[in-house]
Design a protein around this ligand. Structure first.
Ligand SMILES: *Cc1c(COP(=O)(O)O)cnc(C)c1O
Length: 372
């Protein structure tokens, strides 16, 4: 386990890496050591997997959903600032699809109001921001090594941090709040251990870590291949986007080029100071046609998906926290249009071309029925 942690810390240029049983456990650990408790609000994006907000609830806190930027579907830093109250304790930023958020901007806000900043980097492992690797960009960064992610340990997770204090607390929370683990007791020849706080069993196994070490070595090549595939998709689906300003907001051309695929577009223009980890490749299609385009693609064997149903629209959040449609209009209307195309390193160029042709064929057919 220590070997995997050290390799991962080195890879991310982070001081500490603490391995845990999964990405949700990593988020829960982060919320615990950041001191989230009842009465605390944490600002989260709705455009993520539910665990990104659930971790706040595990600690008795309240997730406050902050809308995203329309062009990259990352949490909107201006809206973050608008949603800060006296109860706000921190921010969880999610690197949706693999694109790092604007951490310099978010960190300035966090510093100004004395908040913690956690990066949910479950999509962006292997990415970078202004030359700094993902994992070194926030107070804590959390990772998942579930089989669908950019690298896997079967199930697994990690938290990286620069803080010695956080690291020590994370290690305790991971293992029952107990000061010495079985191995350390064996080495010291003592039966003594102390439980100094309340913790969980969020340990990862050495077998999983061994897998993680080999996966990590392959990750840079995989990220490169993901970017090649995304680059090919961009040539076809990205025509609407003409340029990107330094802060990550796109400058979109007034009218799509004549041969662009109508209103079909990829969502993610981004500055070249970032390395996109390309975990997902979302495109946006007209909302009215999304369901039928989705089923038509599935029917011809293209493994499309939708990421994500905005978290605040799930019944649990509506019932427990009173969230409702209209709370985050940008995320909600993006969700109506989103389809994630297959993207994984072992796709061949022919596979990619096949996806492109099928998407073209299906969307053109739907566009024609739409416009007549
Ligand atoms: C996968 C994922 C998680 C949860 O990770 P698990 O390992 O499945 O618990 C959390 N946040 C995001 C953004 C994810 O993609």
């Amino acid at each position: 386990m220590e070997e995997f942690e050290q390799a991962f810390a080195d890879f991310c240029c982070a001081k500490h890496a603490i391995a845990v049983s999964n990405g949700t456990a990593a988020l829960h650990c982060a919320m615990s050591v950041a001191g989230v408790g009842p009465g605390d609000e944490v600002l989260v994006t709705p455009m993520s997997f539910a665990a990104s907000a659930n971790c706040v609830v595990f600690q008795g806190g309240t997730p406050v959903f902050v809308d995203v930027n329309d062009d990259n579907l990352l949490i909107d830093p201006d809206k973050v600032e608008q949603n800060i109250t006296r109860k706000t304790k921190g921010i969880i930023a999610v690197d949706y699809a693999g694109l790092p958020c604007d951490y310099d901007y978010l960190q300035r806000i966090a510093d100004k109001y004395g908040l913690f900043l956690v990066a949910d980097a479950c999509h962006s492992v292997g990415g970078s921001y202004k030359g700094r690797p993902v994992g070194s960009l926030a107070d804590m960064s959390t990772f998942s090594f579930h089989p669908v992610k950019n690298m896997t340990t079967g199930e697994g997770g990690m938290i990286t941090t620069e803080s010695d204090e956080y690291a020590a607390k994370l290690r305790l929370f991971r293992s029952h709040g107990i000061t010495a683990d079985f191995r350390q007791r064996m080495e010291s020849g003592s039966w003594i251990y102390e439980m100094t706080g309340l913790g969980w069993n969020y340990r990862i196994t050495d077998i999983q870590c061994a897998l993680g070490i080999t996966q990590l070595k392959k990750l840079p090549d995989w990220i490169q291949r993901r970017n090649e595939i995304a680059g090919r998709y961009d040539e076809v689906f990205g025509q609407e986007c003409t340029g990107v300003s330094e802060c990550g907001r796109s400058v979109r051309s007034a009218s799509p080029t004549p041969n662009s695929l109508y209103t079909l577009k990829s969502t993610l223009p981004y500055p070249d100071t970032l390395t996109h980890a390309r975990h997902l490749y979302p495109i946006r299609v007209p909302a009215m046609r999304r369901a039928s385009i989705f089923s038509a693609l599935r029917e011809v064997g293209i493994g499309v998906n939708v990421h994500y149903i905005p978290i605040h629209l799930h019944p649990y959040y509506r019932n427990q926290f009173g969230t409702r449609p209209g709370d985050c209009p940008v995320a909600e209307s993006a969700y109506e249009e989103l389809i994630s195309l297959p993207i994984f390193p072992s796709m061949t160029d022919d596979d990619v071309q096949m996806v492109i042709e099928q998407v073209r064929r299906v969307t053109e057919r739907h566009y024609k029925t739409f416009s007549t």
